[in-house]
Design a protein around this ligand. Structure first.
Ligand code: OAD
Length: 261
């Protein structure tokens, strides 16, 4: 058996025997849907210029209305693309068995569109824009042409967490609690460059859980005891992994006491 297949089989065994699983995703899980990641590839969203203009509240305010338009274009792109095989495999895992918690840093809602319910969104989402003054909200598809609230003339902004802002407390607490009690955390398509979300895998490891990493590169630095790496694209690795992990165990399978043939 090749090394990749052996690792896949180890990972499937871990998932099969786990009582509690956390799936923790980042931009890489949506790459095969056509959404650029933040930091990888020449089309990464966080070019130095975009970081400066759009990633934090003061850049956003200084660069209106261009910053509003940038988020609106991303929201409309997210509506336009389709969930991929990785989102569908994760949805299959979350529905096939109990004890699976899905935590994402993504704001594109593709997990929900693939059929996952109760997704913990750490960085907000691009479903609606909101007025930062009065809280008025509207789906991006019907958002005003200018970043001005029709109710109070306050500034409209995306409902996402920008740098220098707090993560939603309830989501963060739920994610940390799930990480602390996870038998297995599967980390898919994230570079782990942004705290506090990046702490989740190490928290799971410290609490005695195992970590499976699905990522074509090793920029995340997750290696060592307790870590199984599956180096490949999420859309290619996850379908066979989840299929294997959700197969019903055979009553006559290995270790079930059947005589060796
Ligand atoms: P990054 O762009 O930092 O990392 C994307 C990761 O996905 C990299 O490790 C790639 O190697 C990996 N990747 C690329 N294609 C893949 C594929 N097909 N399958 C699997 N993995 C693949 O994105 P995040 O780690 O999600 O926050 O970034 C974290 C946060 O930084 C984002 O939520 C966002 C950003 O600032 C906010 O906006 C608050």
């Amino acid at each position: 058996m090749g090394e990749d297949l052996r690792q896949l089989s180890v990972a499937a065994d871990l998932l099969r025997s786990a009582r509690s699983i956390v799936v923790f995703t980042g931009a890489g899980v949506s790459a095969e849907s056509g959404i650029p990641t933040y930091r990888s590839g020449s089309d990464g969203l966080w070019s130095a210029q975009n970081m400066e203009r759009f990633a934090n509240p003061s850049g956003y305010a200084r660069n209106l209305p261009e910053s509003y338009e940038w988020y609106r274009a991303r929201a409309l792109t997210a509506l336009d693309v389709q969930p991929n095989a990785a989102h569908r495999a994760i949805a299959a895992l979350t529905t096939a068995r109990r004890g699976v918690t899905l935590v994402t840093q993504n704001i594109d809602s593709l997990h929900q569109r693939a059929g996952s319910a109760d997704v913990i969104e750490l960085h907000g989402n691009l479903r609606e824009c909101r007025c930062e003054a009065c809280g008025w909200r509207v789906p991006w598809a019907s958002a005003p042409g200018r970043p001005s609230c029709p109710e109070c003339t306050g500034t409209l902004r995306p409902d996402v967490v920008m740098f220098d802002e707090m993560l939603p407390a309830e989501a963060l607490e739920a994610a940390f609690a799930a990480a602390r009690t996870a038998d297995v955390m599967m980390v898919v398509g994230t570079s782990l460059q942004v705290a506090p979300a990046s702490e989740l895998p190490r928290l799971a490891l410290r609490a005695g859980g195992r970590v499976i990493v699905v990522n074509p590169d090793e920029q995340d630095g997750l290696t060592g005891p307790g870590v199984v790496r599956l180096p490949g694209k999420a859309g290619q690795v996850l379908p066979p992994l989840v299929a294997s992990a959700t197969l019903a165990p055979s009553a006559e399978g290995p270790g079930a006491g059947s005589p060796a043939s």
